[in-house]
Write a protein that binds this ligand. Structure first.
Ligand code: KE4
Length: 428
């Protein structure tokens, strides 16, 4: 048994990863899981309950990845599991409408992933406006669709290949990339392509270059610019929807986009994506409109059941104040700790979404995110892993608390962080 500093073994994960690499490209089914951003062997998990997960070596961790956001109620939340069990017993899929889809819908088209949602949203914006160009922001990630894998964030950034191989020049010829938080650059894009920009797509709070917030006035500026120049505004709230507020960023900031893409929490941990907006735009989707959209498992009844159970539980009184209180407690605890140990840092928390950079200056876009100390983040990640805390295995991600994260879990996390810092600074 190979032990690391604190007696924790990852031997089973190591051998599982070797087996996986023989049959799965890179040993993972989604790039960020490969630990390229932090080094070392990906941890293979066996189970989760509440805010904790257990790996196949039997090590327990407080989890801040939470399946990259969907599990806002925590792992194996009873109401969700019961709903999934009941739905599964009635059949897993019909390829035909079910009433569960209608119950969850608010003029929305369901699909099976965030990437499908953003891809369909672009097609809808182009079909609706008759225009071809799309503006996206460097460091924002909208899933693995070619037109948006340009200066993408998340794992596309982590592996250092923001412009993916296999994406043709033609595919991205209509994708204009500008720096996040830079309204002048957006205005210049419209001046350069008057009457040909169909939409701006933006993570209204960016969670895929690390957690980066819009400057005051940035989102309102995008709203005003798109209105004035006849383009649509797409808020990609796959990550922020139902997380930073019941109505996502658009509720929190009071800015209504033309189209919203959703996923993650909406499926309660099962595969879901969604495109939401006013009938005047959404009704352009086939079959009644001329913008094609389809998917074998779109609106899958089990995913709908998990989503309905999740949203119902989120509507319970006091849920969002508690989520925000836990997010704030974690962010403040880390802030105080980094201050005390004089570690340069930037920390953000909005609702149940938290992030931090090891950086002296504010992080406002991809360039400043990349200037943060990613090497120190990698060392901190492993020091926290050894102390039973599972953070995002990349600096260019956000952290997620759930209803299951309580004071004890947050305080244990801060204690682990202090022990980790002491160890790292002792060997600096
Ligand atoms: P999916 O296709 O992975 O369901 O959603 C794509 C997507 C779209 N929009 C935003 C704002 C997103 O954050 C995502 C996916 N987020 C990543 C985490 N940064 C998912 C984790 C992964 O890629 O494995």
């Amino acid at each position: 048994m190979r032990e690391n500093r604190l007696g924790m073994s990852l031997d089973r994960s190591r051998s599982a990863f070797e087996r996986a690499k023989r049959v799965i490209p890179g040993g993972v089914n989604s790039t960020v899981r490969a630990f390229k951003g932090v080094g070392g062997t990906p941890v293979f998990f066996a189970s989760g309950s509440g805010c904790r997960v257990r790996d196949i070596d039997g090590n327990d961790y407080i989890d801040y990845v939470m399946s990259w956001g969907p599990l806002i109620l925590g792992h194996a939340y009873p109401a969700v599991i019961d709903a999934v069990r009941a739905a599964a017993g009635r059949g897993t899929s019909f390829g035909a409408p079910t009433e569960a889809e209608t119950e969850l819908a608010q003029k929305v088209r369901f699909c099976s992933s965030g990437a499908e949602a953003t891809s369909a949203a672009l097609r809808l914006a182009r079909g609706y406006t008759g225009r071809e160009k799309i503006v996206k922001f460097a460091g924002c990630y909208h899933g693995g669709n070619d037109a948006l894998l340009v200066s993408a964030g998340s794992s596309a950034l982590t592996i250092g290949k923001p412009d993916s191989a296999g994406v043709t020049r033609g595919t991205v010829a209509d994708t204009l990339v500008v720096p996040y938080n830079d309204l002048d650059a957006v205005g210049a894009a419209f001046d350069a392509h008057p009457d040909d920009i169909a939409a701006i797509i933006v993570e209204p709070y960016a969670g895929n270059m690390g957690f980066v917030l819009p400057r005051p006035g940035f989102l309102a500026g995008l709203r005003e610019l798109t209105r004035r120049r006849g383009a649509l505004l797409i808020f990609d709230e796959v990550m922020t929807g139902f997380r930073v507020a019941p109505g996502g960023v658009q509720e929190r900031e009071g800015i209504l986009p033309d189209i919203t893409t959703l996923g993650k929490i909406l499926g309660g941990g099962l595969p879901v994506g969604a495109i939401a907006g006013p009938a005047e735009i959404l009704d352009h989707f086939t079959p009644d409109g001329d913008v094609f959209q389809a998917g074998t498992l779109s609106g899958n009844p089990i995913a709908m059941a998990a989503g309905i159970a999740t949203l119902r539980s989120l509507r319970e009184p006091g849920v969002y104040p508690r989520l925000s209180a836990m997010g704030e407690r974690l962010a403040e605890g880390l802030d105080d700790l980094f201050e005390r140990y004089e570690v340069p840092h930037q920390t953000n928390a909005r609702g149940a979404m938290v992030g931090f950079f090891f950086a002296r200056d504010p992080v406002v876009d991809l360039d400043s995110a990349k200037r943060s100390d990613t090497a120190f983040y990698a060392r901190f990640f492993h020091a926290m892993l050894e102390r039973g805390v599972y953070l995002a295995p990349s600096q260019f991600e956000a952290g997620f608390v759930s209803l299951a994260h309580d004071h004890a879990a947050i305080d244990a996390t801060i204690d682990a962080a202090e022990s980790a810092l002491q160890a790292l600074l002792a060997t600096a």
